[in-house]
Design a protein around this ligand. Structure first.
Ligand code: NG6
Ligand code: CA
Length: 516
C-alpha cells in the first residue's frame, strides 16, 4: 500500500535519509513547539503487529511509523490492566501506591483526582491545545455511582488538563455505552434518560443472561460474566437504562474515534497540541466495522488489529494533510499485554492458529510475567528521532518527566514523583536508560534488563477463564531474562545475592508508599 506518510517526502528510496534531514528553516523549526500525539492501543500484545514479528497479520500503517521512527523492544507499561496502566502513564506516579486504581467500573469516580498533575497539565502550562479521545477508563465525576449521566459529569478530563474530550467512560464491555463529549453525553436523547448501576438491574430492562436470543452480535463466553445490560445486540458488565440514540454501535466505535482525532488535528494544526487517542481496539467486545470483519482470517480479534492499524493510518493522513508531520512527535503503545478470550465468544482462541500475541514472553494481560506489561512502543518524529530499533529499558512511568522536559516545564516535585526524565532515550539520542522497571500484575516485579524478581504472592497461578499464567507464586521468583526470556526457570535459590539486591531496591521504592 502506497502511503503518503511513507512517500510524502518524495522518492520512496530517499525516505530514510529524508526522515533525518533537518528542516530547511532550522532556526524557526527549532523554536517551534512540537505537537505530541499518544496513540494507546488496548490489550494489544507485544507481537500482535507485523513490525513486531507477527506474520499472519499485516499492520502497514504502524509498520511505516516504526520504519520512520524508533521501535523499542524493552518498553514497559506500569501495570497489566488498563486503569492502573493509564493512571501511571498520565501522572508519572505508580498506581500501586494507591489501592483504588484497579480496573474501574463504568460508574467509578475520577481515579486521578483534580488536584493531581497530569501530562495534559504539563502541555497546557506550555500553551498547548489538549485533547483526549477514545478509551478513558479513569473514572468520571466525584464519587462512584453518583454521576448524573443526563447532565454535566464533573470533575472530568477538563480538570486534568484536557481542553477537549470525547471518551468512553470505561471499556466497551462496561455500561454506560455512550460517548462523553466534554463531560456530557454526546447526541443526548432527552426521550431516553440514562441510568447506570453496578448493583442492581433496572426492572423491565432485559439482561443477556435471560435473553440470549437478543444477543445478535456477540454472546458472552461462559462464566466470564458479561451477561448483564444488552446494548446493540451485545451484553455488557453493569446495568443501564435509556440512552436511546446516544447509545454507541460497536461497529462504529473505531470510526468515531478516528473522525474525532482527525477533526482535532485539523482544528489545531496551527497551534501546538497534545492529543491522547486511546483506541477501543483490540479490547472486548471485539465487533469491528464490516470493512474489517472477516478480513484477517483470525476472527474478530485479528480484524480488530487491522482496524487499529487503519485508525493509525487515518491519524497519519490527517497529520500529512495538515502539513505538520515534521513537527509532530508520535508515541504509539499499548496499555497492557494481550488476552485472547476476555469474555466474548468471538472465536479468537479457535482461530489464533500459530499467531502468538505475546511473542516469546510468558503470561499475558493480568500477569506478572513479561507479556503482561512488555508492550509495543514506537516513537516517531521525522528529523528528530533517528529511525531504528532501541533495546534500551524504558517505562511508561517516565513519559511524564520526559514530556515536562520536552515542553520545557516544571510543575513541581510532587508532580510525576515516580517519573524519571529520559527524553534522550525516547528520542534515540542516548542509550543510558533507567536502571530498572517496576511492573504490577497481581504482584510487583522489578526488572533490571537482565534479571527479573517477582514478589511472593498467594494470587491464582493460572486463570482458566482467560488462559493466563498469572506469574503468582508464594515463593520468590527470579528469572535470568538474558538466557530465559520465557521465564521458565525460577533461579531464585541459585542466586540469593541477586534476589536480595533486587528485593532491596523494590522495597525501598515501596517504602515511599505502597497500598496494594
Ligand atoms: C475484567 C473483565 C475483562 C475486561 C477487564 C478490563 C471479567 C470477567 N473480565 O474484569 O473482560 O473488561 O476487566 O480490561 O469481568 S482492561 O484492559 O480495561 O483493564
Ligand atoms: Ca487494556
Amino acid at each position: 500500500m502506497k502511503d503518503k506518510w511513507i512517500y510524502g517526502l518524495g522518492l520512496g528510496t530517499l525516505v530514510l535519509s529524508a526522515c533525518n534531514q533537518q528542516p530547511k528553516q532550522e532556526a524557526n523549526e527549532e523554536a517551534k513547539q512540537p505537537n505530541v500525539i499518544f496513540i494507546v492501543a488496548d490489550d494489544l500484545g507485544y507481537a500482535d503487529m507485523s513490525c513486531y514479528g507477527a506474520h499472519r497479520i499485516q499492520t502497514p500503517n504502524v509498520d511505516s511509523l516504526a520504519a520512520h521512527g524508533l521501535r523499542f523492544t524493552d518498553a514497559h507499561a506500569v501495570a497489566a490492566t488498563s486503569t492502573p496502566s493509564r493512571y501511571s502513564l498520565f501522572t508519572g506516579l505508580y498506581s500501586w501506591r494507591r489501592n483504588d486504581t484497579g480496573i474501574a467500573a463504568g460508574n467509578a469516580g475520577m481515579v486521578i483526582r483534580p488536584e493531581q498533575t497530569t501530562i495534559a497539565d504539563v502541555f497546557k502550562a506550555a500553551g498547548y491545545a489538549t485533547g483526549a479521545i477514545g478509551k478513558w477508563h479513569l473514572g468520571l465525576g466525584d464519587k462512584t455511582g453518583t454521576q448524573d449521566w443526563n447532565g454535566e459529569v464533573t470533575p472530568g478530563p477538563r480538570d486534568l488538563g484536557f481542553d477537549y474530550s470525547y471518551l468512553m467512560a470505561a471499556t466497551g464491555d462496561r455500561v454506560p455505552c455512550v460517548w462523553m463529549e466534554n463531560q456530557r453525553v454526546a447526541n443526548y436523547d432527552p426521550s431516553a434518560p440514562i441510568e447506570v448501576s453496578y448493583e442492581k438491574p433496572f426492572p423491565g430492562e432485559p439482561l443477556g443472561k435471560d435473553h440470549p436470543e437478543m444477543l445478535t452480535k456477540l454472546k458472552p463466553s461462559p462464566n466470564h460474566g458479561h451477561d448483564q445490560a444488552i446494548v446493540n445486540g451485545i451484553s455488557r458488565i453493569g446495568y443501564m437504562k435509556g440512552g436511546g440514540k446516544a447509545l454507541w454501535e460497536d461497529e462504529h466505535i473505531a470510526d468515531s474515534i478516528a473522525a474525532h482525532a482527525v477533526d482535532f488535528i485539523a482544528a489545531h494544526k496551527d497551534a501546538p497540541f497534545f492529543l491522547y487517542v486511546g483506541t477501543n481496539d483490540i479490547h472486548v467486545p471485539r465487533y469491528p466495522n464490516e470493512r474489517f470483519r472477516g478480513k484477517s482470517g483470525m476472527g474478530y480479534r485479528g480484524d480488530a488489529i487491522l482496524q487499529f492499524d487503519w485508525t493509525v493510518g487515518e491519524i497519519l493522513k490527517a497529520i500529512d494533510q495538515a502539513g505538520i508531520r515534521e513537527n509532530t512527535l508520535i508515541v504509539l503503545t499499548s496499555d497492557n499485554g494481550p488476552v485472547v478470550d476476555d469474555g466474548y465468544a468471538d472465536r479468537a482462541v479457535e482461530l489464533l492458529g500459530d499467531h502468538r500475541p505475546w511473542g516469546d514472553f510468558r503470561g499475558g494481560k493480568y500477569s506478572n510475567f513479561e507479556a503482561g506489561t512488555r508492550v509495543p512502543f514506537i516513537v516517531c518524529w521525522p528529523g528528530k528521532v533517528k529511525p531504528g530499533v532501541s533495546n534500551v529499558l524504558f517505562s511508561h512511568i517516565d513519559m511524564y518527566s520526559s514530556m515536562e522536559k520536552l515542553a520545557n516545564q516544571d510543575l513541581g516535585p510532587d508532580a510525576g514523583a515516580d517519573s524519571q526524565e529520559h527524553l534522550d532515550v525516547l528520542l534515540g539520542q542516548s542509550t543510558e536508560g533507567r536502571k530498572y522497571v517496576i511492573e504490577a500484575g497481581g504482584s510487583l516485579s522489578i526488572m533490571d534488563g537482565n534479571w527479573k524478581y517477582i514478589r511472593p504472592s498467594n494470587g491464582e497461578v493460572y486463570n482458566k477463564l482467560t488462559n493466563t499464567e498469572m506469574g503468582n507464586d508464594p515463593k520468590e521468583q527470579l528469572y535470568n531474562l538474558k538466557e530465559d526470556i520465557g521465564e521458565q526457570h525460577n533461579v531464585a535459590s541459585e542466586h540469593p545475592e541477586k534476589v536480595a539486591e533486587l528485593k532491596q531496591i523494590l522495597e525501598q521504592e515501596m517504602e515511599k508508599g505502597y497500598a496494594l
